[in-house]
Design a protein around this ligand. Structure first.
Ligand code: PEP
Length: 243
């Protein structure tokens, strides 16, 4: 399976710097699928700057319906027009900041699929849930309720306590969780569940990428902070094993 290396810029980035960033990453290593998910405002410019490059574009959220009276929202068909082909959904920052539920994520994922885009659905436990021994149960529940029937796309396991903190789970914990996610996907989606890339996200850096990406059932990385530096994102991509 080819690994996917996705950069999540969160609410960072302005027009100045896009051209240089795109130039730096346009020749990403060809053994991975790489994508950048900048804020909505930069998608158009990024699409132009990356024209002819294999690096894809993604958004960080969308609305669940194609159009309507929803001030400030952006729909999946609107994203498709910008050249984006992926949409991150259910990131823990959106679940926490905007109260997004599993049902919301599922509705958005249906919209993304209907628009012909690929959803990256994020799941992950809080530190309190891990400490209480509930991590696998929480993540399995998120999978069951956030993924539409017949889902085809990407899942990202992002322990909430590892995002932006510099902390990562042990290799044994990542291995156990990715195995549990794979089992949940196969139980829910049948054989299609065995082909879904399961990304790891949470403080992935050039220094820890090789060991994290080599773990069983890790199908790539969702990279936040480190993706703002093109050299770091390229180093992470270069560390991915060949599928
Ligand atoms: C993220 O934003 O999805 C993320 C994993 O952030 P970071 O790499 O900064 O922990």
């Amino acid at each position: 399976m080819r690994q996917i290396i996705a950069g999540n810029w969160k609410m960072y980035g302005q027009l100045a710097g896009i051209a240089a960033y795109a130039e730096a990453i346009r020749n990403a290593p060809d053994h991975v699928d790489m994508l950048i998910c900048p804020p909505f405002t930069l998608l158009d410019r990024f699409a132009a700057a990356l024209k002819g490059s294999p690096v894809a574009l993604g958004a960080q959220n969308c609305h669940a319906i194609p159009q309507g009276a929803h001030t400030g929202d952006i729909s999946a068909p609107m994203l498709a027009e910008t050249g984006a082909t992926y949409v991150i959904l259910g990131h823990s920052e959106r679940r926490a900041d905007h109260g997004e539920t599993n049902a919301d994520v599922r509705a958005k994922a249906e919209a993304v699929l209907a628009a012909g885009l690929t959803a990256i659905i994020c799941v992950g436990e809080t530190e309190a849930q891990r400490d209480a021994g509930e991590a696998e149960h929480v993540v399995r529940t998120q999978i069951t309720h956030s993924l539409p029937e017949n889902f085809a796309g990407v899942v990202a396991y992002e322990p909430v306590w590892a995002i932006g903190t510099g902390r990562t789970p042990t290799e044994a914990d990542v291995t156990a969780m990715h195995a549990a996610i794979r089992a949940a996907l196969v139980a829910q989606l049948g054989t299609n569940g065995s082909t879904i890339n399961i990304l790891y996200g949470g403080s992935v850096k050039p220094g820890n990428a090789a060991s994290l990406l080599a773990l069983p059932e890790v199908g790539g990385a969702l990279v936040g902070g480190a993706s703002l530096n093109p050299a770091d994102l390229l180093a992470i991509a270069a560390a991915a094993p060949r599928g």
